[in-house]
Design a binder for this molecule. Sequence first.
Ligand SMILES: C[S@@+](CC[C@H](N)C(=O)[O-])C[C@H]1O[C@@H](n2cnc3c(N)ncnc32)[C@H](O)[C@@H]1O
Length: 278
Amino acid sequence: MRVVEEQAIKKKVAEFWDLAPCGSFASHVQPGELEFFVEVERYREANQSFVRHLVDFRRFAGLGMLEVGCGLGTDLLCAASLGANTVGMDLSLRSAGLARRHFQLKRMPGDFLRADAERLPYKDGSFDVVYSFGVLHHTTDTQAAINECRRVLKPGGTLVLMLYNRTSWYVHVEPYLVSLKRLMLRQPTLVGGMDKTEVIRRHDGAGNPLGKAYSPSEIKEMLSGFERTKLAIRHPRVVNGGRVATAYGRLMEWSGITSRWGFWIIAQSVKPTQTAVT
Ligand SMILES: C[S@@+](CC[C@H](N)C(=O)[O-])C[C@H]1O[C@@H](n2cnc3c(N)ncnc32)[C@H](O)[C@@H]1O
């Protein structure tokens, strides 16, 4: 892709998240108010409590942690309150500003800035932990961003990354179920309803300019510059849904579908301490 095209897409991506910072749909309170952040946090706890178990932020206490694409700083604040020394960056200026405000309201120290994941403004080996949750599938060159995460990590440092799973129930099966439901309820079918690329892009909203997804093996390949890579597959829980949606979500979890074909792949990797000699 040409640089001009890439920049144009990134501008749209930044505008999209400026307009609706990640998770802000979970609150009707004015963004920036304390209650706004509390409600977003509450939603997240209900929707994805498994993240805190899988990642265990307590082990980052006393370590330097960068969140790439921090959004409102919800996860970063959790790590900070457990003792991590946190820095957050985001392509969306409004998100970075709200994350800063979030930390100020909770009286937690943390630095925030607007930057691009593909060109991190930090020196090599600056951080013990780089965390990026649901971000790098929204950037044009995901591999370049992963390489940047590796560069700014200290040798032996940890990368935590969440990327969307292309080989998921959500992409391959659910669109058919949704179409069937709409047919039965005599509702109009969604434009591009079965198109996998569209299903992935629309996950973050109809206006989302860029959303991609990868298979577990592609993610392992993208993380080949790391070692001890572990992948976990999960799916966000249905919150505030109707009875049918809640029952469907429970059935998906109970049957084990979410842990095999969920839409989220959470990878944890370590930057090697020694560079391989070829
Ligand atoms: C789904 S939100 C996730 C936010 C946060 N990680 C969370 O879990 O709440 C995606 C975020 O990625 C940011 N983003 C997209 N492309 C980016 C890039 N190239 N560099 C930095 N941030 C980016 C967006 O601005 C947005 O805040």
